[in-house]
Design a protein around this ligand. Structure first.
Ligand SMILES: *Cc1c(COP(=O)(O)O)cnc(C)c1O
Length: 347
């Protein structure tokens, strides 16, 4: 199967803008910084998952599915985007989310959870992340028993089909580079389940861009590099892209994980505040804010040459600013927050 013949449903407003960050670049005094605004894909407040979903739901429609089943964290951007996409295609959607206790229903509806409720998604809350896949299969069996056609998407769409979205994004970026007369030495972004980075690496290799992809890890994982390398190889095989993956093609920087997935820290809040003040752009507390805190630290430690052009991929997630408002306020006021591990995290 070739990339161009994969079934694809248009869900994103493309191309997303590619913009200069002149004030931030000047303030940091390092390489010239640019930003690719995948927070502006449009679907459900935007984000990187829209690109994966164009191909994943293309596959679901081809299989005549009528119910999408997926899962992730309680305030998952992936769940929001998937549920929006499903609704736009007239499908049902069931989310298996991780929470602090079974059936967790917070007093305050905010951020992505509020959106999941508004979308009328079926919501199941489980406490053990490792049981998520099994519960999704149980839910799929129950849906099938009612004569419906479920389509299960595991690992936040980081499958070879989902990877296609960011192979395509590299092609889109190359066209913009050509139009704007710029070339990138590095692309920096937040990496979680790995599908985004796998697509970027495959695209950067396949189109011979010379652009190095730096994934800033948002959660502790000993297997992240291997997961991404395997996804790149599997996707290349599936799309008939000749590829020899070198050891240093997969770069995951895990120095900025901090307290763990979703745990807010002062450098992240400082990075979010800084980018908002200099460029009028909002980052999110779980992914893009952490990646930007990493990028700023790398610049301050002389990781890049001054003549480098560095592209920051904004992957979205900004609705999560709101459920994090209390610790954000505390950090901005120089106090310790009343919580840094979110109350909606699994035990
Ligand atoms: C999911 C997500 C990521 C990470 O993408 P993966 O493909 O899971 O690695 C980065 N940023 C935001 C805002 C996300 O929601």
């Amino acid at each position: 199967m070739r990339l161009a013949t994969l079934p694809r449903i248009p869900l994103a407003n493309l191309p997303t803008p590619l913009e200069d960050l002149p004030r931030l670049s000047q303030e940091l005094g390092g390489p010239r910084l640019f930003i690719k605004r995948d927070d502006e894909t449009g679907l459900g407040f935007g984000g990187n998952k829209t690109r994966k979903l164009e191909y994943l739901l293309g596959d679901a429609v081809r299989q005549q599915a009528d119910t999408i089943i997926t899962g992730a964290g309680f305030h998952s951007n992936w769940c929001t985007q998937t549920a929006c996409a499903a609704r736009r295609l007239g499908m049902d959607v069931i989310l298996v989310k991780q929470g602090p206790r079974d059936g967790y229903d917070p007093e305050d509806y905010d951020g992505n959870h509020l959106l999941h409720v508004l979308l009328g998604a079926g919501i199941r809350v489980v406490t053990t992340p490792s049981r998520g896949d099994a519960v999704m299969q149980e839910v799929a069996d129950a849906v099938r028993a009612r004569g419906r056609r479920p389509y299960v998407i595991t690992s936040a769409g980081s499958t070879p089909v989902g990877v296609a979205g960011y192979v395509h994004a590299v092609l889109e970026t190359l066209t913009q580079c050509h139009q704007q007369g710029v070339q990138f030495d590095y692309l920096v972004h937040a990496t979680g389940s790995g599908g985004t980075q796998a697509g970027l690496i495959l695209g950067a290799k396949a189109f011979n861009t010379g652009m190095k992809i730096l994934g800033v890890s948002v959660s502790p994982s000993a297997t992240q590099r291997d997961t991404i390398a395997r996804l790149v190889t599997d996707a290349a095989q599936r799309f008939d892209i000749p590829l020899s993956l070198q050891q240093d093609d997969v770069t995951v920087i895990d120095d900025y994980v901090g307290g763990g997935y979703g745990v807010l820290s002062k450098p992240v809040v400082t990075a979010i505040h800084r980018v908002a003040k200099t460029e009028g752009i909002f980052l999110d507390p779980v992914y893009s804010g952490k990646a930007m805190a990493g990028l700023i630290d790398l610049i301050e430690h002389g990781y890049f040459r001054k003549k480098d052009n560095v592209l920051f991929l904004h992957t979205g997630g900004t609705v999560a600013l709101f459920p994090y408002k209390d610790p954000i306020k505390a950090f901005l006021q120089g106090r310790s927050p009343s919580w840094s591990t979110p109350p909606w995290s699994p035990p």
